[in-house]
Design a protein around this ligand. Sequence first.
Ligand SMILES: Cc1cc2nc3c(=O)[nH]c(=O)nc-3n(C[C@H](O)[C@H](O)[C@H](O)COP(=O)(O)OP(=O)(O)OC[C@H]3O[C@@H](n4cnc5c(N)ncnc54)[C@H](O)[C@@H]3O)c2cc1C
Length: 190
Amino acid sequence: MKHRIVVLGAGYAGAYAAGTLARRLSPAGTEITVVNAEPEFVQRMRLHQFAAGRTIEAPRLTDVFAGTGIRLRLARVTAVAPERRVVTVADADGGGELGYDTLLYALGSRVADHGVPGVAEHAFHVTSRPAASRLRERLDALGERNEFAGILRTSLWTTSHPTFGLPRRRRHPVVASDASAANAASRPSR
Ligand SMILES: Cc1cc2nc3c(=O)[nH]c(=O)nc-3n(C[C@H](O)[C@H](O)[C@H](O)COP(=O)(O)OP(=O)(O)OC[C@H]3O[C@@H](n4cnc5c(N)ncnc54)[C@H](O)[C@@H]3O)c2cc1C
């Protein structure tokens, strides 16, 4: 029986690791499956540019892995049971379980609002494509005047970067480190 390697996540870490393993290991002895929720490779590092209105490439994962022998499973990982060496996934067909001998966990990270009131409803971030789309729509709706508010301590970088894609007259970054930022983010443009 082949050694089953399951890679969770096809971001920078998962896609690179799976590709490297496919090159180094014999397909006669190993079987590599990548599980990812989205059908495209999302360039997370470019999402601030996407939020600012730029087009970023999103190659299809079927093309990325073409010819490598890697199996792609488009599904959302919902649970890992290491005692049974099984991953539970959900997809449009209902999902199921995937058995593994070696598991690589590369599902990235998510934003935590730490329960700060107003953040979930009013603040923006660019750590996922849906979130960046939401900010992009907001910026489009604001038109010529807009403001940015950063919630996280590391937000200065992100707060300033979306402005790089905008005409100069639309750059009005606002940075705050507490809940007041949520108010700033939701304030109508003047
Ligand atoms: C705007 C921005 C700019 C950045 N700029 C830089 C930079 O200049 N330099 C730098 O080094 N880093 C930068 N980073 C950080 C960098 O993007 C991350 O460190 C990197 O994306 C992490 O790679 P990863 O593969 O671990 O996770 P990700 O790239 O997030 O990939 C995770 C993958 O897992 C999938 N996934 C997540 N949950 C599930 C699930 N439950 N089921 C199935 N699939 C799932 C996602 O769809 C995704 O494909 C930036 C991040 C952002 C947001």
